[in-house]
Design a protein around this ligand. Structure first.
Ligand SMILES: Nc1ncnc2c1ncn2[C@@H]1O[C@H](COP(=O)(O)OP(=O)(O)OP(=O)(O)O)[C@@H](O)[C@H]1O
Ligand SMILES: [Mg+2]
Length: 154
């Protein structure tokens, strides 16, 4: 199942991320795909900020690979695997244990290879113009399907 929406500026993407946050629960994995500068971090940061009581700075996990946040909906893990050197680091980072237990947002999930969770929600962001993005939510999970429909029905 897939759902495609257009975002005309960063604030519209923030609104979509905020809406998705409403339907998240522990154990959810969100795979953020799209080229460099597409808006994966913007989406993740917006979602995390929407789940925080206080507006806090959400640092990018570019160098640490993983950042975790205590939020109103449980702990959220934000991973950016662009600089992942070794697949074994995925275990060391605690990501495998986090799958199915925590809420995990992952940029560059292709680095996971066969360790990529199968029941995840994929958010693919495509650059159309300077501020315009195509955002496609897709999943093979039947459980996600119902939630997605509820989240993005208009
Ligand atoms: N409609 C839009 N939605 C999201 N971001 C947008 C939009 N229009 C412009 N932008 C801008 O695009 C940039 C996206 O940067 P961001 O760091 O989120 O990309 P990224 O996909 O995480 O890249 P990287 O692969 O390097 O991690 C931001 O500067 C953001 O303001
Ligand atoms: Mg990023």
């Amino acid at each position: 199942m897939q759902k495609t929406l257009i975002s005309n500026d960063p604030r519209e993407t923030t609104a979509l991320a905020t809406r998705l946050k409403e339907s998240l629960q522990n154990g959810d994995v969100i795979l953020l795909t799209g080229e460099i500068g597409a808006g994966k971090s913007h989406f993740a940061r917006s979602l995390i900020q929407a789940a925080m009581d206080n507006i806090e700075e959400v640092p990018s996990p570019t160098f640490t690979l993983v950042q975790t946040y205590d939020t109103t909906i449980g702990s959220i893990w934000h991973a950016d695997l662009y600089r992942l050197n070794d697949q074994s680091d995925i275990f060391e980072l605690g990501l495998i244990d986090a799958f199915g237990n925590e809420i995990v947002l992952i940029e560059w999930p292709d680095r996971l290879g066969h360790l990529e969770p199968q029941d995840a929600l994929t958010v693919e962001i495509t650059i159309l113009e300077k501020n315009k993005r195509k955002i496609t939510f897709s999943t093979t999970s039947s459980e996600w399907r119902g939630r997605l429909e509820k989240t993005f029905k208009r």
